[in-house]
Write a protein that binds this ligand. Structure first.
Ligand SMILES: Cc1ncc(COP(=O)(O)O)c(C=O)c1O
Length: 412
């Protein structure tokens, strides 16, 4: 529809997690609880600057760094370290991985969508049902000619993965060169990942049907507490589909959208990378030039501070091991509050089985609460979470978990 008058533009709703945080900030109730936004909080529900990042900040401060422009593709040493974190140096020495800095995970997803739409021209993009809501908006805006389709992911009866539904939908409906977005680990919002055996079956379907995978990797380290373990699926797809020993008749390419917002606690610095994997022995310069061109048009060149911080951590053996400990601290605290919430609900005799809260992984629990129950939690108890029942567990601590459990019991 064409508008002649800007005043005619309809008012659109704010994205839910941001709207929730705004409402939470305005709420004056002393015991309010924010379980909406996917950000890590410490034991007192406060923002946490990772100690490894604090040290890196100090190092940069002492170095009296300048503030020149980066190259369009980004901070080269940061990109190598970020790539190695995903692929491990052993396999990442392959020259068929093209890496480019992006405006966090969101920017990487956006760049992948635009690049695909312009250069690979898929007919459809398959998105998990449910997913991070921004996948839909990104593809709607960046790739309007690509049809968005859902593949089943969550089974409300088992509160687990609907693996058969997922695979059969891809087998039935995906066509050669279609895109499928896969969450690399700690699926948002469900907290449920495929097993290694299931990943192998997905990779097999992707290879046979020649699908373009976009791995969205926003929570490396949050699923298991270990960055290497959480990159298993990405490494498996890479080695089975894109190394010289793998079949040369596979997909045209694969993308990994890497966010460093959560696992480095650098939410506001907007630091991430997009990695494009091409079949072995194919020239990569053309693909890289097209990515660079898209970045030039959008942001000219990426921002420096977050890249410097991550590089400073990953380039220093002592700081890297401190960072691994920091990631463990975050993952273990969230695991701890899962157990606490489940046990409080059981102690209170809250109706139902709450085992899934402990079984799910990563930052979120897909609680199974209905949108009406979520609304009551907010209106009666000042507890804020997404209407699909997703709870960001890092908003819980020992001080508020009993209050939240009691409130949940009340709205059941
Ligand atoms: C699945 C998923 N992908 C990507 C992102 C984007 O993260 P950012 O742009 O903050 O790095 C998020 C953030 O919530 C996410 O949950």
């Amino acid at each position: 529809m064409a508008f002649t008058n800007l005043g005619d533009l309809p008012v659109l709703p704010q994205p839910e997690s941001f709207a929730l945080t705004a409402a939470y900030n305005e709420d004056t109730f002393p015991n309010k609880v924010n379980l909406g936004q996917g950000v890590y909080r410490d034991n007192n529900c406060q923002p946490w600057v990772l100690p490894s990042i604090r040290e890196a900040e100090q190092t940069l401060h002492n170095q009296q760094v300048n503030h020149e422009y980066l190259p369009i593709a980004g901070h080269a040493q940061f990109l190598t370290k970020a790539r190695d974190l995903l692929f491990s140096p052993a396999i990442a020495s392959q020259d068929n991985i093209t890496s480019i800095q992006a405006v966090a995970g969101t920017g990487a997803n956006h760049l992948a969508a635009i690049f695909c739409a312009r250069n690979l021209r898929p007919k459809n993009v398959f998105i998990s049902d449910p997913t991070w809501d921004n996948h839909h908006l990104i593809w709607e805006i960046a790739a309007p000619n690509v049809t968005r389709k859902l593949y089943p992911y969550y089974d409300p009866c088992t509160r687990g993965l609907n693996f058969d539904g997922m695979l059969s939908e891809l087998e039935k409906s995906a066509e050669e060169n279609d895109v499928v977005i896969l969450h690399a680990c700690a699926h948002n919002p469900t907290g449920i990942d495929p097993t290694q055996d299931q990943w192998k079956k997905i990779a097999d379907a992707v290879r046979r049907k020649k699908l373009i995978v976009i791995f969205d990797c926003a929570y490396q380290g949050f699923a298991s507490g270990a960055a290497d373990a959480d990159a298993w699926a990405i490494r498996y797809f890479y080695t089975t589909l894109f190394t010289e020993s793998s079949s040369s008749t596979g997909p045209a390419g694969m993308f990994v959208c890497q966010s460093l917002s959560k696992n480095f606690g650098l939410y506001g610095e907007r630091i991430g990378a997009l990695h494009l994997i091409t079949p072995p022995l194919l020239p990569t310069q053309g693909a890289k030039a097209h990515l660079v061109r898209l970045v030039r048009a959008e942001i000219s060149c990426p921002s420096l501070f977050g890249a410097r911080l991550v590089h400073t951590v990953l380039d220093d053996t002592e700081l890297v091991s401190k960072w691994h400990e920091d990631v463990k601290t975050m993952a273990h605290r969230i695991k701890g509050v899962r157990a606490l919430l489940k046990s409080e609900l059981e102690t209170l005799g809250a109706q139902g089985d709450w085992g899934h809260i402990e079984q799910q992984i990563g930052m979120f629990s897909f609680t199974g609460l209905s949108s009406a129950q979520v609304q009551q939690l907010r209106e009666k108890h000042h507890i804020y979470m997404l209407s699909n029942g997703r709870m960001s567990l890092s908003g819980l601590d020992e001080g508020n978990v009993a209050y939240v459990a009691q409130a949940i019991k009340d709205v059941l």
